[in-house]
Every structure is written in C-alpha cells, then in structure tokens.
Design a protein around this ligand. Structure first.
Ligand code: F0G
Length: 415
C-alpha cells in the first residue's frame, strides 16, 4: 500500500507525517487486491474463531488490507470486535421501524480510538519510536496511554486544562501516560502536536494515516455481523473527522473488493456549538474554523484536521452533514440508555441527528440504519449523573426517604 498526499496526490516518504510539497494530510491509497490474492471475506471473518489474539482482533484479522506490519510487532488488546445491537427504543424515538447500534465503546479502553491506536502504536514499534504523543479531548489520550503501556513506549498527551471528562483523564493517568494540561482548547493542543518533529516523537492523532487504516476496519466488522448486507445509512458523530474519513474508506474498499455491491450513505452529526463542517456542507463552502463550545466535550473541536478527507467520503457516499443542540444530544443519550446501552454524549449526537433526518424526510422510517456509538457511558459518568438530577424530560431522579415496598407495589400495579 502506498502513502500519498490526500490533497495533491504526490507520493510521500514512508516516514513522513505531512506532505513535503503542500503540507496536506497523508493517506494510504485505496486498497487494491494483488492478482491472485485470496481475499475471501468469509475466510477472513472466520479468523475470529481462532485462539490467536491477532485473529480475534477485529482490526488485525483484516491485516491483508492494512499497511504491512510484522506479526510479531503487533500490539493488540483484542480491539475492534465490537457488538451490533438492536435499538428498539431509539427506533421509536427517531420514528424508525427498526434500528441498530454498532457500539465502538465496547473496545478495550471504551472508545473507538483503539481500532486506530493498535495500528499506530504497532507502527511506532516498527520504527523504533520511544515516545508517542497526541492532543486529545480525552479518548485518544486514554487509548494511546494503554497501547503505549503495552508496547513499553512512553506516552505524552496534551489535553485542555478544563472542559473534558475527568474519568478520561484518570484513565489516561492510570495507564501511566504523562499528561500535560494546556491553557487552550483541543485545537490549540493539536497545533502544538502537529508542529513537532515526527522523527523525534510518534504523532498518533488521526492525522497519522495508520490510525485511519485501523479505524476503517469498523466498516468490515459491521458488515461481517450483518452477513455483508449493506445498510442504507450509517450515522456517526463528527469532531476532528478522522473517523468519517476512516469509515468512508473502509466501505469504499469493501466495494472495490466486491465484498458489497453498494455504499451506505454517511450522515455526519456535529454538536451545534462545534459545527464548522456542518456549516461548510450546508453553505457549500470550504471549512472555516470556529471557537467550539459544547457539553459533548469529546467533539468540542473547531478546526477539524480531516475535513477535506471527510468531505470526499460524504460526497462519495451521497451522504449528508448536520448539527444538533446540546439538549437534543442529552435527551437522545438518555433514550439510548433506556435500550440498556450506555454511551457518552458525543455518541448520542447520532440518535439526535437521525431523529431530525427522519422528521425532515431525508431518511424514511423503513430505511435500514446503523448508529455508530463511539464511547461508553462510563467515559463521562458526571454528565449522566447531572442529567438525571436535572429537570430534563428523561431524567431518572434518585428517590430518597421512600419505602422500598411501596415502590415495588407501584411497579407491580397494572398500567
Ligand atoms: N466520539 C467520541 C466519543 C470521540 O472521542 C470523538 C473524538 C469523536 C466522536 C469524533 O471523532 O474526531 O474522528 O470525528 N475524540 C478525539 C479525542 C478528538 O481526542 O478523543 P472524530
């Protein structure tokens, strides 16, 4: 697989992080099978029955479609092999006849970042890096910290000093990373990281094309569980937009390999206070960075690095982009919980977005839709606790000073 500039198309050196000519983001070319290669989708999928952790990983069992990394260099925590769940209550809430969640929060560090991080850190091991760094709103940092610990590589993370989830920071500290809190937002932290010399430190934000290659396998894991039936729509949250570019690439490669016969349409949902991509899509302009504000702190990003790649994927899939308010996200998150599925706020932007798309007629009630949940509920327990103490429509307040027997009687009473 060749590394090229995603903007000017020029070939890039193996160890580069940005294009030497135009500073654009690098990307691996769309995977094309070598003549005679055995890329039978069911043979690859059947590796999940093997006892080898690299086969059980939903990322590494698709290794033929990933950049070449020696098997012994792979650092895996059995990421990627996440469940697809039915979403009956959410379906009703959005006005759909049926609906499903692909829960990427069921990864080892409880967010989708692990599928990309396993590849980025395995690659860092191949290059002999001794330090890896990222800027983060909390999930990338926890993921980096865990994989770097397994690889015995030092991890450094730059996080905003305020406005991110304390649980994510605690998790990152637990895995032994050096955490640097900066007086600035995610966008400022990412600027600092991007200015670093990739020869001295492995940069593992999603500007790193190895991250994208790992994350694209979520498309395969989803299709595998659906026996390769293509959904009409995939709805996912958009922040820095690495995941949109990764999933889009995954589906395009599955199509190119003949594993599927059409592309699902991508619907990318942003939080209204952090919605430069949504605005650019609506107004058909280039992206203009904004100062981001939202209580869905994972996606509080005003200058998404991968917006051009993501725009190309949305266009290729005939998709759409929209944004929803923090209140819509909060209520949607509570509804997902009532399906017995825990997610963090950013993930719930998907259900809030779907509800809008159904209401406006872009998606119809009979369509086959999958919501991509990107992070687990325990990633931001404080947010959930505050919601349930509030006067919000689906708040489930703690009862105090009541007789438990009376509560049972009430619950047993016929409706
Ligand atoms: N959902 C969650 C839970 C996230 O943590 C992120 C990004 C996104 C969605 C958006 O994904 O950036 O690929 O569009 N979190 C990053 C972080 C920025 O640092 O953890 P994206």
């Amino acid at each position: 697989m060749n590394l090229v500039c995603s903007e000017c198309g020029r070939p890039a050196a193996d160890d580069a992080m940005f294009c030497a000519s135009c500073e654009g983001l690098l990307a691996f070319e769309t995977f094309a099978a070598a003549p005679g290669a055995d890329l039978d989708r069911d043979r690859i999928a059947a590796r999940r029955n093997s006892g080898d952790p690299r086969d059980r990983s939903g990322v590494w069992r698709y290794r033929e479609l990933l950049p070449a990394i020696p098997l012994e260099a792979i650092v895996t925590l059995r990421e990627g092999d996440v469940p697809l769940y039915g979403a009956p209550l959410a379906a009703e809430y959005a006005g759909m006849r049926r609906l499903a969640y692909l829960h990427l929060g069921m990864n080892p560090t409880a967010s989708f970042k692990d599928a990309g991080m396993t590849v980025a850190i395995s690659r860092a091991r191949v290059t002999g890096a001794s330090v890896a760094i990222c800027a983060s709103t909390g999930n990338t940092s926890a993921s980096l910290a865990a994989y770097a610990a397994r690889a015995r590589i030092a991890a450094v993370v730059l996080v905003p000093a305020t406005g991110i989830s304390a649980s994510k920071v605690a998790q990152t500290l637990d895995y032994g990373a050096t955490v640097i809190a900066i007086e600035g937002d995610f966008d400022a932290a990412l600027r600092t990281v991007r200015a670093m010399d990739p020869q001295r430190v492995a940069i593992v934000n999603s500007v790193n094309p190895y991250r994208i290659e790992g994350q694209k396998t979520a498309a395969f894991v989803l299709l595998e569980q659906r026996r390769w039936r293509v959904p009409d729509w995939i709805v996912l949250p958009g922040g820095n937009l690495g995941n949109t570019s990764a999933l889009g690439k995954g589906f395009r490669e599955a199509l190119a390999l003949g594993w599927i016969d059409r592309l699902p349409r991508l619907a990318v949902v942003q939080a209204s206070g952090a919605a430069p991509f949504s605005k650019a899509f609506r107004e058909k302009t280039d992206l203009v960075p904004v100062h981001a504000e939202t209580s869905a702190t994972a996606i509080k990003i005003g200058a998404p690095a991968s917006w051009k790649k993501a725009r190309a994927e949305v266009a290729a899939s005939l998709g759409t982009v929209l944004d929803v308010s923090d209140d819509e996200i909060a209520d949607a998150r509570a509804i997902i919980g009532r399906d017995g599925i825990g997610s963090e706020p950013a993930s719930a932007a998907t259900l809030a977005g779907l509800r809008r798309l159904v209401a406006e007629g872009t998606i119809s009630s009979g369509d086959d839709v999958v919501l991509i949940l990107t992070g687990h509920v325990l990633k931001d327990g404080a947010y959930a606790a505050a919601y349930h103490e509030s006067a919000a429509p689906f708040a489930n307040r703690i009862l105090r000073g009541v007789d438990p027997a009376e509560v049972i009687d009430r619950l047993n009473a016929p409706a």
